[in-house]
Design a protein around this ligand. Structure first.
Ligand code: ADP
Ligand code: MG
Length: 367
């Protein structure tokens, strides 16, 4: 490891912050289409410690990059994207200064339990944690919603990932006990408690990694924009029913059909949770997965395997790909008290039949 890694905290950290990853129960690829989402925070967090310096240098260390961690330095005011992990940090100080805030150099150390590229939003956890620690250090008058919006702006305008607002809102506002029912058009949200006496969630990372700044995600987004142009609507949220899509040629018809049907599934899922109908919620998750696989085409065989292996268990109500897709994780719901044993069995089957390692994030192992 580089010598500078050890030097980074010659002085004690003055501030620290955390932000969680998220899992989306249902409502995928709807956020950049002005629609509805239903994420919840996961117990895994990204942690940042910070110590102020007396110059304009930012020195950051991530213990999660490479086998031994990596560090990077830059000068405030000279930020530029280099398509590396530290774009997320340079983007934060770039945006804050662009908005007129005065910063000073600092050393920061990042460590995270949110796996990267696993559909659990390590990028939003990192950005929100970074904004939080800078908010405290520099007494910035930022609300949690503003932090979410600025985190999205860093991804869109600096990193080059055209992501919607779900991940950042979830990391900034959600907690682990409730689902955040969010209207991404006006950012109105409601926290909805899952009936914890009946149901338990499990999350399995397939080990197949995606990157949001890669092509697939941005291509899907462009296809949705093209569908809107052809339909003469501002956003796919404005299409009330899939029957109104019949004039579209492929692939726009399939892409739009996913988004429009997914929006209505989120509304039905919220209703099912309110009524305590877990079979209905599970069925909606199963339909959501089929739509992402067949219409939106963002699943991969390994994820389909994990979903099918989950659904083979009678105690599982439903399971689906969670996050943007092209790899990542699945989320499932099952009868209360069986999450860990089911997830272990599903992960074992997966590992015996693929070359990937599956990791279970929820339920966490109890000591
Ligand atoms: P996701 O948000 O689903 O995990 P993304 O592709 O949006 O996937 O973001 C992952 C990227 O975010 C990583 O490739 C890396 O550049 C950056 N990142 C996330 N967490 C960390 C971390 N702890 N240290 C350094 N970079 C990180
Ligand atoms: Mg991300």
């Amino acid at each position: 490891m580089k010598e500078s890694f050890f030097k980074v905290f010659g002085q004690r950290a003055t501030e620290s912050s955390d932000a969680p990853g998220r899992v989306n129960l249902i409502g995928e690829h709807t956020d950049y289409n002005g629609g509805f989402v239903l994420p919840t925070a996961i117990p895994q967090m990204t942690h940042i410690e910070l110590a102020l310096r007396n110059d304009n240098t930012v020195h950051i260390v991530s213990s999660d990059i490479g086998p031994k961690g990596e560090d990077h330095s830059y000068i405030l005011g000279q930020e530029r994207p280099l398509h590396r992990w530290f774009d997320y940090f340079e983007g934060v100080t770039w945006l804050l200064q662009k908005k007129g805030y005065t910063l000073r150099g600092f050393d920061a150390r990042i460590s995270s339990h949110v796996p990267m590229g696993a559909g659990l939003s390590s990028s939003a956890a990192l950005l929100v944690a970074m904004f939080r620690v800078l908010r405290t250090t520099f007494h910035l008058p930022l609300t949690d919603v503003e932090i979410a919006l600025m985190s999205q702006s860093v991804e869109n305008d600096f990193v080059g990932a055209q992501v919607g607002i779900m991940d950042q809102m979830a990391s900034s506002l959600a907690d682990t006990g409730t689902a955040l029912f969010l209207d991404t058009r006006d950012l109105n949200y409601q926290r909805i408690a899952l009936p914890e006496d009946k149901v338990e969630m499990f999350i399995i990372n397939s080990g197949v990694r995606h990157s949001h700044s890669d092509g697939g995600y941005n291509t899907r987004r462009k296809e949705c924009e093209e569908a809107c142009l052809r339909l003469g609507v501002a956003q796919l949220r404005d299409v009330a029913d899939v029957s109104l899509l019949s004039s579209l040629p492929e692939p726009y018809l399939s892409r739009a059909r996913h988004v429009v049907s997914e929006n209505s599934r989120v509304l039905k899922a919220v209703e099912a949770i309110h009524k305590g109908e877990m079979e209905t919620l599970g069925q909606l998750m199963i339909e959501s997965h089929a739509s992402m696989r067949d219409d939106f085409k963002v699943s991969v065989p390994e994820i389909d395997f994990l979903v099918e292996a989950s659904l083979a268990h009678p105690l599982v109500y439903g399971a689906r790909l969670t996050g943007g897709g092209f790899g990542g994780s699945i989320v499932g719901i099952c009868k209360k008290g069986h999450g860990r044993e089911l997830a272990d069995a599903i992960a074992d089957r997966y590992q015996s039949q693929t070359s990937y390692h599956a990791s279970i994030l929820v339920p966490e192992l109890r000591n």
